[in-house]
Design a protein around this ligand. Structure first.
Ligand SMILES: [Zn+2]
Length: 483
């Protein structure tokens, strides 16, 4: 008779209430197995509380949540001890790149990295795959590629581009008409630009400046532009706050005028926050995300030539970062995502260290939870905040709010079991992204993922995965509006 933990492995036991008999069934339950119940002293319950509970699972869904931790059915129970049991993370901003740029990242590697990070749903962005997800045929091609390769559930954003915005098949089959636009993304073929009608062309933000933006803006005009391509400041000055602020201002104007749902991706500049606050106060259907890199990296600490830190919009000052954290706490920023955007090593130009030539994108899908928690726990954020910012609000944005992001009856049995107090160092051999380059190499974080359950299946535990990819591809019905 035993319960609790043995080493780093969880103990499985069987409870028979009639005979009060507990027996260990399997200390190392086979990965890929169906989980019937999970027990812990720290379960993130649907009522925003954290406490002892048992979660009963049936047919891939959460059947019951029993506060107090008393098992009322004769089932096998996964006893997570004092580890936190939380809804799996829904990362709604991931660039998988398959097909077309599969050497950058693919469904197999991205979803394994996700599983290792407690992410149970990813939503793939229309870019940077070839073709981009802008037509039904392109979506079907992507679905074919993804089938049989996903260790976690995978959904897809559809891209709205000039000419396809009235194509119902794109919206109906990929997403539900939520207009996603972006302040600035890395320059690339296939970039998106939303133009609501010809009369508005001059007022709609473009992702790229119409002319070079070095020292753009009044404040910069009187000082010398940095030119050394190995200095991070050279790149930072080419993407000043004003570019992002003006792009967001344009989106907010459209959002307010047409009352159409708009979502600001990867907010980097805190200077845009007053515009966002004002719009939200006025009732605009606006949501805003920021990313782990804007919350954890700062311009002052980017080493010379360290192009693995390059992303667009850029990592800004630590003062800017403090303001993002404050806005997150105040509820002005709704969610935190990875914007996982990898590439091959050669495109990062590490040999030359040239920030102006390197691909702009940071890989962090696997480490979102510990990145967030390492900083957030020091700033007074609670576990329920992690659930709200990385599970509930992201699920809701994607039209999955009734299905994912909560531990409640009827929701998908997507769970992450993790130790918020446990520290670990990011080492290359522990990274499951296809390309291991990341600015976080060698960084110590708090919060270690122990196990991940997707649709009631144990897909990850202590560095190992289920033999078969057990995630699903998801198509989201277009009829609801959860904004
Ligand atoms: Zn992105």
């Amino acid at each position: 008779m035993a319960t609790g933990t043995r080493g780093s492995h969880m103990i499985w036991f069987h409870e028979n209430r009639d005979s009060s008999c507990f027996s260990i069934l399997n200390a190392d339950m086979e990965l890929g197995s169906t989980v019937a119940a999970v027990k812990s002293t720290r379960v993130c319950l649907g009522n925003q509380q954290v406490g002892p509970a048992v979660i009963l699972i049936r047919d891939g869904k959460i059947h019951q949540v029993l506060p107090g931790g008393e098992v009322t059915e004769d089932v096998e129970v996964l006893d997570a001890g004092d580890s936190v049991v939380m809804p799996g993370i829904v990362d709604c901003h991931v660039h998988v790149n398959e097909p077309g740029r599969t050497s950058w990242e693919g469904f197999w590697t991205a979803t394994r990295a996700a599983a290792a990070g407690g992410v149970t749903t990813i939503v793939d962005m229309p870019l940077n795959s070839i073709p981009p997800t802008t037509t039904l045929a392109n979506l079907q091609e992507k679905l074919r590629e993804a089938t049989g390769k996903c260790f976690v559930d995978t959904a897809f954003w559809g891209g709205v581009i000039p000419g396809n915005q009235k194509t119902p098949s794109v919206c109906r089959n990929s997403q539900h008409g939520t207009v996603r636009t972006s302040a600035h993304d890395p320059g690339r073929s296939g970039r998106l630009q939303v133009l609501p009608d010809p009369q508005r062309r001059g007022r709609v933000p473009s992702r790229e400046p119409r002319r070079p933006a070095h020292c753009h803006g009044a404040a910069e005009r009187n000082r010398k532009c940095p030119t050394d391509p190995q200095q991070y400041d050279t790149f930072l000055q080419s993407r000043p706050d004003i570019m992002e602020v003006e792009a967001i201002r344009s989106v907010v104007q459209l959002c307010t005028e047409y009352q159409v749902r708009c979502h600001v991706v990867h907010l980097s500049s805190a200077q845009a926050l007053p515009i966002i606050q004002e719009a939200k106060k006025g009732g605009a259907p606006l949501t805003v995300e920021t990313t782990h890199h804007y919350l954890n990296l700062s311009a002052e600490n980017v080493p010379t030539g360290a192009t693995q830190f390059k992303c667009c919009p850029p990592i800004r000052s630590s003062h800017n970062q403090d303001q993002l954290w404050a806005a997150l706490k105040a509820g002005h920023i709704d969610m935190v995502v990875s914007d996982h955007s990898p590439c091959t090593a050669d495109l990062k130009k590490l040999d030359s260290g040239d920030f102006t030539q390197a691909w702009g994108g940071i890989s962090s899908l696997q480490f979102g939870l510990p990145l967030f928690w390492s900083s957030a726990s020091q700033k007074g954020f609670q576990l329920v905040d992690a659930v709200r910012l990385m599970c509930q609000n992201t699920a809701k944005l994607c039209g999955l709010g009734q299905q994912k992001g909560r531990l409640a009856p009827g929701y998908d049995a997507d769970l992450v079991i993790w130790d918020p107090e446990r520290e670990f160092e990011i080492k290359e051999e522990g990274i499951h992204h296809k390309n291991k380059m990341t600015p976080y190499l060698g960084v110590s974080l708090r919060g270690m993922v122990k196990s991940t359950i997707v649709g009631g299946h144990l897909v990850y535990r202590d560095g190992s995965f289920s033999a078969e990819p057990l995630g699903k591809t998801l198509l989201v019905p277009p009829t609801h509006d959860e904004a």
